[in-house]
Design a protein around this ligand. Structure first.
Ligand code: PLP
Length: 378
């Protein structure tokens, strides 16, 4: 081990994030990718993913090797056809990323933007759909991980459905905790990955796609590896992945999904994250750190804090001293404000955040203590 801390670090950086030992343990064996045992594991994976969003009747679960961005690119590439036009709702970096993916792929796309500290406004989406009837698809980021902001996904789904538009949700940082029910909410595709609220390890993304929409999209995607119709066909034909699957990542994710069920499902997980977030935000407020977002927009996923103007604070020193104590946090990702971020998700409980706050208090005291001269020669 060449870890710099004695015990594994606490990752407050979703994601990768802190995983349960049972999830890491599930990776301690080899799997033949075309063997019946792994085929059964893949089948369980796809069924469990659909169950998280209540999608077994209507949707197909299509996993894909790679990080979350890979599945976003694959979903946009597969579902947006040559005669389609995508409206991307943007209030952070992940919305911008969907627009740039559409642009790279040569899709017709347009954007509606809000400031990074404001939620998407459904009435403005509706007005745009009226003004630009060529739009066929609408895409939103459920929880904008740039800030931790929760967008009104269900309300926008209703608007899109009323206008007969397909609706794509980047639920990367919300899937597995915030409620997403595709039987109750009209959603064409939900995109997420293994290494956020599902608490698996990185290496796999997936899209839950309405079966009708997936069938209608055959032939849209010129990419071989990113074509989700072909990827799904592989699973439907023989239960196997078309190309080498990340077998250990799949095993870890199936174990993580079993743990999600054992915890009490997404509602129980959300309650734990809310408790984490409350301890974090209350404790940080008591230490003089202020939240970037108004509390009404804050999802219990990741919290963005202003960097204090106090002379003791420098992000690098703050980060390094937290890392020495085993806590890894995230720098800010904002264009207009100096911030840093702390995740509330992963295999963590409120007591972990109590320990974090003790560490932050100690670091503040160390860094704000007057510098002592090294004059002990006497
Ligand atoms: C994490 C995340 C992604 C994907 O990021 P990767 O680094 O490719 O895994 C996309 N959208 C959102 C909202 C995210 O939080």
């Amino acid at each position: 081990m060449n870890d710099r801390s004695p015990s594994p670090p606490i990752l407050l950086t979703p994601g990768p994030l802190t995983t349960d030992p049972a999830v890491r343990q599930a990776m301690q064996r080899d799997w033949g990718s075309r063997d019946t045992a792994f085929i059964a594991l893949t089948t369980e994976l796809r069924r469990r993913l659909l169950d998280v969003a209540n999608g077994r009747a209507s949707h197909a679960a299509v996993p894909l090797q790679g990080s979350g961005t890979f599945i976003v690119e694959a979903t946009i590439g597969t579902l947006i056809g040559p005669d389609d036009r995508l409206l991307v709702l943007i209030n952070g970096a992940y919305g911008e990323r969907m627009l740039s993916i559409a642009g790279r792929l040569g899709k017709s796309a347009t954007a509606l933007r809000w400031p990074e500290n404001q939620a998407v406004v459904p009435a403005e989406v509706e007005a745009r759909l009226r003004a630009d009837p060529a739009i066929t698809h609408v895409a939103i980021v459920h929880c904008e991980t740039t800030t931790g902001l929760l967008n009104p996904m269900e309300e926008v789904a209703t608007v899109a459905a009323r206008h007969g538009k397909a609706f794509l949700v980047d639920a990367m940082s919300s899937f597995g905790s915030l409620p997403i029910d595709v039987a109750a909410t009209p959603i064409t595709a939900v995109m997420a990955s293994s290494n956020k609220c599902l608490e698996g390890v990185p290496g796999l993304g997936f899209s839950l796609i309405e079966k009708r929409a997936l069938e209608a999209a055959a032939g849209n995607n010129p990419s071989l590896a990113f074509d989700l119709c072909a990827q799904n066909k592989g699973f439907e034909t023989n239960g196997q992945w078309r190309f080498t699957p990340p077998v250990q990542v799949v095993a870890a994710l199936v174990e993580a999904l079993r743990l999600l069920e054992a915890e009490g499902g997404t509602a129980a997980r959300l309650a734990r994250y809310r408790a984490n977030c409350k301890v974090l935000c209350d404790g940080m407020a008591a230490l003089g750190f202020s939240l970037y977002l108004p509390p009404s927009l804050q999802a219990p996923i990741i919290a963005t804090f202003h960097q204090p103007a106090a002379p003791w604070f420098a992000f690098k020193a703050f980060y390094d001293r937290l890392a020495e104590r085993g806590f890894l946090i995230y720098p800010g990702k904002l264009s207009k404000a100096d911030t840093f971020r702390i995740g509330c998700i992963g295999a963590l409980v409120p007591a972990d955040f109590d320990r974090l706050l003790v560490a932050i208090r100690a670091i503040r005291d160390e860094l704000s203590a007057p510098v002592r001269e090294v004059a002990d020669a006497s």
